[in-house]
Design a protein around this ligand. Sequence first.
Ligand code: HEM
Length: 643
Amino acid sequence: MSLIMLKNLLLSPFLSFIHKDFHEIVKRMTLVDKFLFLIVHFVDKLNLWHRLPVFFGLLYLGARRRLHQQYNLINVGRTPTGVRSNPADFPYRTADGKYNDPFNEGAGSEFSFFGRNMMPVDQHEKLKKPDPMVVATKLLARRKFVDTGKQFNMIAASWIQFMVHDWIDHLEDTQQIELRAPKEVASECPLKSFKFNKTKETPTGFYEIKTGHLNMRTPWWDGSVIYGSNAEVLEKVRTFKDGKLKLSKNGLIQQDENGKIISGDVRNTWAGLLLLQALFVQEHNVVCDVFKKEYPELEDEDLYRHARLVTSAVIAKVHTIDWTVELLKTDTMLAGMRANWYGLLGKKFKDTFGHVNVGGSVFSGFVGMKKPENHGVPYSLTEEFVTVYRMHQLLPDKLQLRNIDVTPGPNKSLPLTNEIPMEELIGGKGKENLSRIGFTKQMVSMGHQACGALDLWNYPVWMRDLVAQDVDGNDRQDHIDLASLEIYRDRERSVPRYNDFRRGMLQIPISKWEDLTDNEEAIETLREVYDDDVEELDLLVGLMAEKKIEGFAISETAFFLFLVMAARRLEADRFFTSNYNEETYTKKGLEWVNTTESLKDVLNRHYPEMAEKWINSSSAFSVWDSSPEPHNPIPLYFRVPKQ
Ligand code: HEM
């Protein structure tokens, strides 16, 4: 009897317990993975993991992540063999992301392929089934703005766009497509029809997935949102003096003689994104000053390289242990995200004893691991990753400006002065308005305003008649209906629909609408739009409709994808692992990253009065007049979720 037969024989008593859609994949799993799958599947059937005591919740997430690392990382394109670069030749982040992976110089570079987390599902026969404009009108378009309460503010919304512009952007074709509103919804569509460029299909030269899409941004966590994704943009943003980047005297992003912004990424921008770009250019420049003082022998190029490494690491750290913790506000996730950076033994232990290189990332986190780990698949971000980051619902209809010249009220609250429609804050107008408002007032106002909730019927209607921009930041002539376009894009890119996506992620598929939501009106509309077929449900709509875990601003389905990809951004990058050392970052550089724990720390550095005067909340990503987190005497790993 072969080993495989023996393993399957052992599995047979469990098959009746395992959902039928997973029988095939489980048969192909190794014995250890079969065992892990059984545990994960059992917990899923009881919908239990987020209700487990923190320590057990972490075990579940660890098991789930391991399964995704084995079964949900798929390379698109060929993997070069036999070519090796020497990491010592590139002890810095290159302009176009090349040479990070010594075995694959192009991994994570500008114009590399988007990878996949599951096999593509071709939908070219049903690109318009159901019609994207019907889906957008009946299920996405905002009826009344719903916000996230005190949990997440407009800085948090801008932050994730800041990250998206660091990681991903699909290369477009020149061929145009037109979508027309069907009669049944035409009167409710701000645009009766609109044109846009097709996503460019590129042959992969590989038999399994024959075509793919190219990423115009370097997917590494390398700060390309401020440095650009190639040498040409990098040259524009650098001053070539003391390592610094160009910045206006007022602390905002500089403009060229034609009034165009000089930044690593200038596409589809708005005042909130420009503000975060400016903040991290300030950060970069201060790091340069500190390095110059500490290491006077360093010249422009080295100062720039070290400061870029440090600034990118600060961004990654703020995202990991501050932004994500506010997005997924539970004790288990607080422990989990801190474990990604510091490991289960925590910061104090890591600071004292360094990275414990036993058990990979478990004890001391991904950062500082001896070797990068890509699980045998060259690093990229994926098509599915793009979809789960489609979060335009975070954006409100208006930005609320606060009066910062008066003494703040209780909880540091501030009176409203006026509201500006979001349309006035995007593109060229946004840049001008931001210059008038100024850094401090814009940041404080965004801090005091809650962002939109990721729900059905909360997609900004102003984005259904949007002036989009090309890569150079020029306004496009054809306005777009972004809500409808997003539905179309996922189908065009062969991203599985909601139920197939769940199967791909080893999550139990839904069998009826009631498995997705309790909202009766939503169920009725979903039935109508999708002809009562749950298999047709678009991923984006499913993510918005799904019942949320208490404390989670996103769906669980989206979260499981983050679970694997958030780890990957750190563990596959040698600048967070084998090269996360004094030699590469300098001693001062590592100290800088290690002593920065949050966005509040960064703001404090550049605007020392800001936190003291206007931030009452613990995190700069929650609404600033909310109460700080109360002290919890129970050690984190022993806490039990309340629900
Ligand atoms: C005012 C702010 C924003 C504007 C004007 C804007 C506009 C756009 C436009 C025009 C596209 C390209 C659509 C296409 O051709 O497929 C896009 C893509 C995208 N946006 Fe936004 N967006 C904004 C904020 C955000 C925010 C807050 C998020 C949150 C995560 C976000 C996430 C994305 C993602 C994931 C894509 C897909 C990128 C790709 O196809 O590779 N955007 N956005």
